[in-house]
Ligand binder design. Sequence first.
Ligand code: TRP
Length: 441
Amino acid sequence: MRVLTGINTTGTLHLGNYCGAIRPCVQASKRDDVESFFFMADLHALIKCHDPDRIEKSRMQIAASWLACGLDPERVTFYRQSDIPEIPLLNWMLNCVCSKGLMNRAHAYKAFLEANQDAGEDPDAGVSMGLFCYPVLMAADILMFNADRVPVGRDQIQHLEMARDMATRFNNMYGRGKEFFVLPFEQIDENVEILPGLDGRKMSKSYNNVIPLFDGGEKALREAIGRIVTDSKLPGEPKDPQSTSLTRIYEAFATREEYDAFCQELRDGLGWGEAKKKLIDKINGEIGPMREKYEYYVSHPAELEAILLAGAAKARKIASPFIEELRHAVGLRSFTMLRNEEAKAEVKTTAKPLGVVKQYRETDGLFYFKITEGAETLLTSVGFESGRDAGMAVGKLKAQGLADTNNVVLSAGVTIEQVNAVLSAMRAADEEKKKAKAAKK
Ligand code: TRP
């Protein structure tokens, strides 16, 4: 099982990123049955951020953060997106099979249009092609390594749907029965609760309610926690633990028992100031040792660089042969592979057809047909009274494709679209044969 995820490098990380993404990903990467790919989405970062210094700083801080949080670069494949030139090439290939209409429907892009419209602006004001094509680059990130599972937030589900759409189109268009890409699915961890920010809303830079993970050191952590919103009950007064995000943040770093005890203390009158101190200690217990490692990497950039270059080399061991295969599939081949037309026709006519229609009679005396692809049966017809009726149904199917399942039963897991892809490949193969014959004459 291959797991892959990326983090945009436009800013610094906060505790929400840590609890929601980094910590569970690092945990999961220790399992023996998963192969993990983690990367800095620094090409994506250029979409939102045109400040080179900020880009430079952010990608370094985020790389240092992953390592500080316990990611083992020997065990996983850890790299910067922009160090893998195969990704933008795949991005282009996917651009050329992805319909513009699909991108028009992207939630993020539509939200932009609506905001512009509400502001009385041109609908596309401030929309770069990078933003518009964001999901294509993301699909390239994922499909380049044929990831099965992609840990993301709910806001990214549509991007995964789009990646599957592009993968399917590419497979159908160029695959000739071969699946270049496996279909990737989002992995949304139900056990990881979304961490609330200082004001109780989801912790997010856009709400300006975050607690920084490492940035600003322990001082910044203290300051942020000092700003967590609580009511104005005094020490000694009983407090409702659910009245503030403080307890939910505490919960994310504590055991069940510690959390229950903390809530009880609040009900018994623990002051908010004391409670905040306890929260700081709790977080520091986990993050403190990591902060030291973080500071180390940030002050030893050459070491960090070496780790990431080694990660890129590891990633390219997979990406480079795969992109060669894809280049070949789309026709970007060495000239030495050019054959004369006749030889090509020869190869095509002898190539094994993708699907086969078989007609037969059953012991019930009725006439049937089925479509097979290799060893797999895609569909079986209902029984027909005569061979002629069965033959006519086959003829119609071959000429027009499968419109409904009135006369046929699809095998488990087979879709009408899949059958039609096979039928149209068969039609194309028949055409080629006809042409080749005519050319010989
Ligand atoms: N779009 C993702 C986000 O905003 C970041 C990202 C870029 C990503 N490429 C990816 C996530 C590939 C998973 C896989 O969170």
